[in-house]
Design a protein around this ligand. Structure first.
Ligand SMILES: Cc1cc2nc3c(=O)[nH]c(=O)nc-3n(C[C@H](O)[C@H](O)[C@H](O)COP(=O)(O)OP(=O)(O)OC[C@H]3O[C@@H](n4cnc5c(N)ncnc54)[C@H](O)[C@@H]3O)c2cc1C
Length: 325
């Protein structure tokens, strides 16, 4: 086969929503690549094919199953996917912009001796190779990178491509492959310990109400949580707020935190440092609340409110509560 292999990532038995971004990216380059558009999914032994794989405009689903594949372990996944690539010989392999996707992509590109572009935007395949743009220098600049003609492994930047939804097509060929992994892996997955309590998944949220050091302490986040609840969203934070222990570090947005792409990002008491903006620049709408009219966050915002955050957010909560009644 020539064409595009999309790697769908599974969390338990649920396909991660980043699949929609990969399908959109594939649609944009499919004409230049030619060939088939197939999905590969790595699952544990005897697992069902996830339901979410039905209904996409794709030619086939390749299910890779075998011992050691049910765990989120990059070494095993990259080995299994390399075996599939040896069989299918796709021109382009697309992986999700998740922690697992990033690491598997690096290992897979090495195994395939292919080019690798992570954080890719505006991907174009031309006769003289593959071109993409990506953020560099902590997001202070955007580089255009070119990969020579050959096979390409690509991970898009989160939010760079809209999430497509499955269409109505339902009958897709499902081909199951039983994979035998190396009997002498360099590392093995031996166990998973879930963190106590539940922390919101800020990458999946459509609305984020994000607090920075201007919030002044953990108690201030209670008001942000109220507003987030009223908007059907989730609370996130800047690094200082996480480092101070005001909120869980899993809620950190930015260069050393998570890259998010919600419909609405409400930045409250956040100055707008480049390392923070790197994580939220793909939001569709950024609304900033800051008492300093010269705060850099206003330059990155769609809408800005200059004022004390407690007054602004208190007023917003009251207005939203009244509207909900
Ligand atoms: C290698 C590296 C990686 C980094 N990674 C990250 C990262 O992933 N994420 C991240 O966030 N940062 C990161 N940083 C830190 C980053 O440089 C900034 O220091 C940080 O983002 C600032 O956080 P802040 O905006 O909450 O705080 P500040 O910069 O202190 O800003 C607080 C803001 O609150 C406003 N404010 C204060 N009181 C009020 C009030 N009552 N009402 C309204 N507004 C008020 C102030 O005017 C100010 O603009 C990184 C730095 C480095 C060097």
């Amino acid at each position: 086969m020539s064409g595009i292999l999309i790697v769908a990532e599974v969390d338990g038995v649920v396909v991660k929503p980043e699949l929609g971004e990969l399908v959109t990216l594939a649609g944009k380059i499919q004409e230049s690549v030619g060939g088939d558009l197939v999905v590969g999914v790595v699952v544990g032994s005897g697992r069902e094919v996830p339901r979410e794989l039905e209904g996409w405009e794709i030619d086939a689903v390749h299910v890779l199953e075998g011992d050691g594949l049910g765990d989120p372990w990059p070494e095993a996944h990259s080995e299994a996917l390399a075996q599939l690539c040896a069989e299918l010989e796709p021109d382009v392999v697309l992986l999700a912009p998740t922690l697992l996707g990033q690491e598997v992509s690096s290992r897979l590109a090495l195994r395939l001796n292919s080019s690798l572009i992570q954080g890719a935007m505006d991907v174009q395949l031309r006769d003289d190779g593959l071109f993409a743009r990506r953020h560099i220098y902590g997001g202070a600049a955007v580089a255009t990178v070119a990969a020579a003609v050959g096979r390409h492994v690509i991970v898009p930047r989160p939010g760079a491509y809209e999430r497509a939804a499955p269409s109505t097509r339902s009958a897709i060929d499902v081909l199951r492959h039983t994979v035998s992994l190396s009997s002498t892996p360099k590392t093995r997955f031996t166990g998973l310990t879930r963190r106590e309590g539940t922390v919101a998944n800020i990458k999946a949220a459509n609305v984020l109400v994000s607090g920075g050091s201007g919030i002044g302490g953990p108690e201030g986040f209670e008001l942000l949580q109220e507003v987030a609840d009223l908007l059907g969203g989730v609370v996130s934070a800047s690094r200082p707020a996480c480092d101070a222990g005001w909120v869980d570090s899993a809620l950190q947005v930015g260069m050393t935190g998570k890259t998010v792409a919600p419909d609405l990002y409400l930045a409250v008491g956040i100055s707008g440092a480049i390392q923070h903006l790197m994580g939220c620049a793909s939001a569709k709408v950024i609304v900033a609340v800051n008492k300093d009219k010269d705060a850099p966050i206003f330059r990155a915002s769609t809408l800005g409110v200059v004022g004390d955050w407690k007054e602004v957010m208190g007023g917003l909560r009251d207005a939203l509560s009244a509207a909900a009644r």
